[in-house]
Every structure is written in C-alpha cells, then in structure tokens.
Ligand binder design. Structure first.
Ligand code: SF4
Length: 234
C-alpha cells in the first residue's frame, strides 16, 4: 500500500512538472476580495465566466455597489439584475441569504476574517453558506487568499479520472482529497489552472487529443487506448 502511494505521488509530481513545462508558471494575484469572489462564484453555477461576470457587474451597477441595498431589495430586482447568469430563482435568494449571514455574524460584507483561519476550518466555514460546496469554497480560499485548497471542477475531475490518479467514477470531493494528499500546497494554484487549461484545449470532454498530449506517458486512458489499438488487425 505504501509502495502504491509512493508510486502515485511520484506520478503526481511528474504530471505537475509536465504541465508546468508545457504552460509555464502562472502568476497568482487576487483579482477580487474573498467576499466578491464568493458572490461571483455563486453566480457562476451552470454558466460560463462571461455570463456570470456580466451578472456580477450588473448587480453591482444596479445597486451602486451597496451590498446593504442588495440585501434588503425585493428579490425580483435582484433576479432581474442577474438574469444573464441563469438559475436566477435559485441564485438570488442564495445571494441574499449570504449577505444576511455576513451582516448578522460579522456586521459587514467581508470575509477577511478567513485569513486568520486554518484552511480546513475556513473551508467548513464557507460551506455553511447556501449553495456553497467544496468547489466554491476552495476557489474563494485559493484565488482570493492563496490558501491551501484545491478546487475541482468538471475539467479537473475528468482529466484526473482519465489519468488514473483517481477511480474512474471518483467524486469531485474525492479528487480534491487525492491531489491535496499527493502534492505540496504551493503547487495547488498552478496545478488547478493548468489542468483546467489542459481539459479545455487537449483533454476535451468528447474527444481527447491524446496524440498531442504531454501527459500521455502518465495516462491510464491513453494506455488503454494503446492496448485496444494493438488488438485491431493490421
Ligand atoms: S493522454 Fe488523452 S486522456 Fe490522457 S490526459 Fe492526455 S488527452 Fe487526456
């Protein structure tokens, strides 16, 4: 078992290094406060970055950046402002509830107190908010505060499963735990950003471009593909 774990950790390091060689070192810089990142991430469920970004900007503009006004506004006004992000019937009450909790517990619309928490405690804290799962919580922690949290979206889940770094049907939560166990925390940002890029451009959902992939020597899916091809008569 220990040997299998060592082997998996060694593969994880190789994958990380190959992605780093291929795509370079991404620069971490927080683009938004943790609070704004949280609202933005609530808006991003089941839509693309462009639409969730638009919804976020419209919401801020409509209420002149006054989050107190958003909290106390009629729900229909919030829904209208975030309509472009879809699922507004669900997202609008989630935003209001989030604002309510922060206002009640912190007296302000800020998550800066997360800086004083351990990553695991901060993760649990954020997952109390409506509609916030481990992915949203990890995004806020990693992107806004540079904390040790590895977010797993559909790209990260798919690529990890295909590589064989997890079971073929492993949940996103399980995959998060796998990478966090195998690699040091200073790699999380780079690995997350690069696996997503790789999933969008090479290891695509429908047709992975294995022949062009720098990870093919470490990939179970590619190995199985090779085995299958070798059974086809010339
Ligand atoms: S070899 Fe194919 S399946 Fe494996 S990571 Fe690369 S593109 Fe994805």
């Amino acid at each position: 078992m220990a040997g299998a774990n060592r082997q998996l950790a060694s593969r994880a390091r190789k994958i990380y290094q190959q992605l780093l060689d291929e795509y370079g070192e991404p620069q971490w810089k927080p683009s938004r406060s943790g609070f704004e990142q949280l609202i933005q991430t609530i808006l991003s469920a089941n839509t693309n970055d462009r639409n969730s970004g638009k919804a976020f900007e419209t919401l801020k503009e409509r209420f002149a950046g006054d989050w107190d006004a958003v909290r106390t506004a009629p729900l229909e006004e919030i829904k209208d402002a975030i309509r472009v992000a879809g699922m507004y019937n669900q997202k609008a009450p989630h935003i209001v509830e989030t604002l309510d909790i922060l206002f009640r517990e912190e007296g302000s619309y800020s998550l800066e107190h997360l800086r004083d928490m351990e990553p695991a405690a901060a993760q649990t804290y954020l997952q109390r908010f409506p509609g916030v799962g481990h992915k949203t919580a990890s995004i806020v922690l990693l992107f806004s505060y540079g904390m040790a949290a590895f977010p797993v979206d559909t790209h990260v889940q798919r690529v990890t499963q295909r590589l064989g770094m997890s079971g073929r049907r492993a949940s996103a939560e399980k995959i998060k735990a796998v990478w966090e166990r195998l690699l040091p925390e200073e790699t999380y940002f780079c690995l997350h950003v690069h696996i997503i890029r790789h999933g969008r451009t090479v290891c695509k959902a429908r047709t992975p471009r294995c022949a062009d992939c720098v990870l093919q020597d470490e990939c179970d899916y590619n190995a199985r593909l090779g085995d299958w091809k070798s059974t086809i008569p010339e």
